[in-house]
Design a protein around this ligand. Structure first.
Ligand code: SF4
Length: 512
């Protein structure tokens, strides 16, 4: 599976495949005396794979929060000058892939609200809520809809928190609000002096706490701690609210934990150098490959990965099968979201925007090709064709996850159910659809065993349809739900980077 170029609405060829896209990355730091904006920048840089549509950082110096956000990659949004202008001791960072609300500038995060007391609140969210409609009704009753043009569930949370904080403060407001929020949420948020982190009671998405010599860090993945030299302390627990300020770290429980961690984080979403629930993602992927070789053997000459997410599983497959491992495909350096419209000629190249075959490796070989997942099947179809054109004698596709048959409502943007190639098709039907000589998926039991997590503590709904968090009616869920209700500005407008400041007047933004 590959980062999706078609999310640009531009750079995909007919053969490209809108595969599941990462959700978002969140980061937060409380560290007096440190350059918190730069720490956050590097934290987001390590989490870039979780969201490539927009990036933002809020910083507070104890008196005022300043938010800087824009569409684009972290490295495109921030430069030295901008980061240097963001001075303070508490920061929240976010990189976005949109799962609720369109890809507009207004929907980039951290989202920002002010309280009636005149203080500020900046919030970053990874995940997807399932009672968004209910929260929207509550927010409408309070008259806080449409204040900043955002159409995200995250901004609803920020608005409701800010509204409730007026008389009781952010911490007490969060303890009151969060038990009423359903769905997947890892939050980092901050007022002028305090950094907060919260994780939903199911702990669907990962969130970890780290220690700096002079402060604390929270990040979506341990890789976000490593890059800033923070030592791993522990995971933020499902149902836990953490507050960090000059008084130290306070932990509160807003709900009893019922862990249902996303198993797809192990398959594809998280970085291989991340650890989730004590289990290395890389080691999990290698073990998935070993199990895949046992469950779905192939008579072949060479095992090649679809880089990069298929690489550890291909290594495991080669180890267990005894078939040599080789690199048969080269991935273009970084093909995340691009704002450059490809020419028609380039568009038609489709998959070659992402992958290029090493013909001298492939020619005359019976190949096992290991990929992490199949969603619509378009990528694999193009891949098989490309490998055959490059001289492969046989192409045996092996997939390091079970067939994806159900959409995700907890923060991953799969295709709709009707678009999933495994929907209603048997194994041979999928094999014929992608044109492979043989096709094998690892079993769900094999995947769970490789993760070393108890099955009862995992969400695997996209594979088995058992959604651990109850879903509302179809009409009350969906990426553009709030745009439908509010007529908000979520449809992909762009804007110059903006520094939002000016408390008590959220629309009083300053454009540099
Ligand atoms: S449905 Fe799939 S992708 Fe979504 S949270 Fe569950 S396991 Fe993860």
């Amino acid at each position: 599976m590959h980062t999706d170029l078609s999310s640009t609405g531009a750079a995909a060829g007919e053969q490209s495949d809108p595969e599941p896209r990462e959700e978002c990355g969140v980061f937060g730091v409380w560290a007096p005396g440190e350059e918190v904006a730069k720490l956050t920048y590097y934290g987001l840089y390590a989490l870039q794979h979780r969201g490539q549509e927009a990036a933002g950082i809020s910083v507070s110096d104890g008196n005022q929060i300043v938010v800087f956000k824009d569409l684009g990659l972290v490295s495109q949004v921030f430069d030295e000058q901008t980061l240097s202008s963001l001075q303070g001791h508490v920061a929240v960072g976010h990189c976005r892939y949109s799962t609720t609300g369109g890809g507009s500038w207004e929907n980039a995060q951290p989202t920002f609200r002010t309280t009636a007391a005149g203080t500020g609140l900046a919030l970053g969210h990874n995940g997807n809520l399932v009672n968004t409609h209910e929260l929207h009704e509550r927010a409408r009753g309070l008259g806080i809809i449409g204040k900043n043009g955002a159409t995200t569930d995250s901004d609803l949370l920020c608005g409701l928190l800010a509204a409730a904080a007026a008389d009781k403060g952010i911490e007490a407001a969060a303890m009151e609000l969060l038990p009423t929020v359903r769905g997947a949420f890892c939050l980092t948020f901050a007022d002028e002096n305090t950094l907060y982190a919260a994780r939903d009671p199911h702990g669907v998405r990962p969130l970890v706490l780290g220690r700096l010599e002079r402060g604390w860090v929270v990040a979506s993945e341990t890789a976000g701690l490593d890059i800033v030299g923070a030592s791993f302390v522990r995971e933020v627990e499902p149902g836990e609210l953490i507050a960090i300020d000059a008084g130290g770290l306070r932990s509160s429980r807003f709900a009893n934990p019922e862990p249902k961690g996303c198993i797809f984080e192990y398959v594809y979403l998280a970085r291989p150098d991340t650890t989730i629930s004590g289990r290395s993602v890389h080691a999990t992927r290698v073990e998935i490959g070993r199990r895949l070789a046992e469950e779905c053997p192939a008579d072949a000459d060479l095992v090649i990965p679809v880089p990069e997410s298929g690489t550890p599983a291909a290594i495991g497959y080669a180890q267990a099968s005894g078939i040599p491992y080789g690199q048969g495909l080269v991935k273009n350096g970084y093909v995340g979201r691009t704002f450059i419209q490809p020419s028609q000629t380039i568009r038609q190249l489709g998959i070659r925007l992402k992958l290029n075959p090493l013909r001298e490796v492939i020619r005359g070989k019976r190949l096992v090709v290991v990929d992490d997942s199949i969603v619509r099947g378009n990528t694999q179809r193009a891949l098989v064709r490309m490998l055959r054109e490059s001289g492969a004698l046989e192409v045996h596709v092996r997939i390091a996850s079970p067939p994806v048959r159900w959409p995700c409502f907890y923060g991953i943007d799969f295709a709709s159910r009707a678009e999933l190639v495994a929907n209603g098709a048997d194994l041979d039907g999928i094999r014929r659809s992608i044109g492979a000589d043989s096709l094998g998926y690892v079993s769900l039991d094999g995947l769970v065993a490789a993760s070393e997590q108890p099955r009862s503590r995992l969400c695997a709904a996209c594979f088995d349809g058992e959604y651990p968090i109850a879903l509302p009616d179809d009409a009350l869920i969906g990426k553009h739900l709030l745009e439908g209700i509010t007529g908000g500005n979520g449809a992909g407008t762009s804007a110059l980077p903006v520094t939002s400041a000016g408390y008590g007047a959220e629309d009083a933004v300053r454009r540099p």
